[in-house]
Design a protein around this ligand. Sequence first.
Ligand code: FES
Ligand SMILES: [Fe+2]
Length: 405
Amino acid sequence: MMDLSNLKQLIGGHRQGHALAREFYTDPAIFEHDMQRMLLRHWFCAGHISSIPRPGDYLLVDLGSESVIVVRTPAGEVRALLNVCRHRGSRLVTERSGKAHSSRFTCPYHAWSYDLDGNLMVARQMPESFRRTEVALKSFPVRIMEGLIFTTFANEPLQLDSAAQALARSAGVHGWAAAKVAHREMYSIKANWKLAVENYMECYHCTPAHPEFAKRHVYARPAEQAVDLERAGRTRAEALGIVVPDIDLYGCAAAAGRESVAVMRSALHEGLASATDDGRSVAWLMGEFSASDGNSTYFDIGPISDFLAYPDHGVIYRFIPRAADHTEMEVLWLVHQDAVEGVDYDLTRLTWLWKTTSAEDKKIVEMNQAGVNSRFFVPGAYSLQETYAGRFVDWYLQELNLPIS
Ligand code: FES
Ligand SMILES: [Fe+2]
């Protein structure tokens, strides 16, 4: 493990427009630093509101070694509670999702019991001096935007105004507030989180690594080969009155006191209504779409929450950094909340492309990590099709230098 006094030197040695040095992708001390400097200070998506419709419904959300219970309260609000008992620190909950029994979280160790707002309700055999009403689970801020649940560990959370506006013009247009999660997959990736995010940020790899994606998405092409197809996509959107402006506040973040956000539209190939096996829509049209405009909308909030919307379905990508060499990726497929599986949509068709693409991504990111682990690895130059990956790396290095808030 590296001595962090060397970190400044390592940052100073970074070559602009190049991948990071090996240690950034391998060193456990730098991973801890990443947690403090970047991951804990930003907002991240915890899931979709449709997953916890009733009081007591909860999701467990992890980041590094932290674990948070995201729960619907009797008042209908959503709380994010640290999954650490206030007695001697046991985890309260271990299932990934569920329903709190009798509207309580009861610790499996000594049975301290908390209500859904995190207040301690029962603690047996405590001394008289113990003040039960002064004890509650640690809670974190929650913000629901267009059906997406966001939370943060930051003491002083970054402002979400720009992010909320951007989401209204992207997820909002796509009707995500009235969506439901149709399917979930979890990918365990043996790689550093930055390799997984960099991979998501660039489509230089799309043509060689994702043949099915590349057949459907103009985004896989170099910009100069995509001009006419993108123009045709914009014309189709205009004809339907669909307005999703490109927004670029990616990586602005902590220094400016506001959360990073970006929205980008890109066309599907001519004649395709959706990114499916046969190009036809797979589910009901959503939001403002009266017909498919044959485009896709990519948007990102913060460093590890990414989204992709088609006119008839959506995909949430949650990157979950776990350790220097381990990242999980949760993929959630969204459809209209009233659509019925097997009647209004076929789950196999719905999930086919992003199951295929995510399995490919896991493989290439793990191969990337294996290569970067070499003591002889020298960071190479990003191509013109990897400017967003380069931008992510610049942002990351900036954040390492910011004071902790
Ligand atoms: S650690 Fe939870 S009740 Fe003791
Ligand atoms: Fe990919």
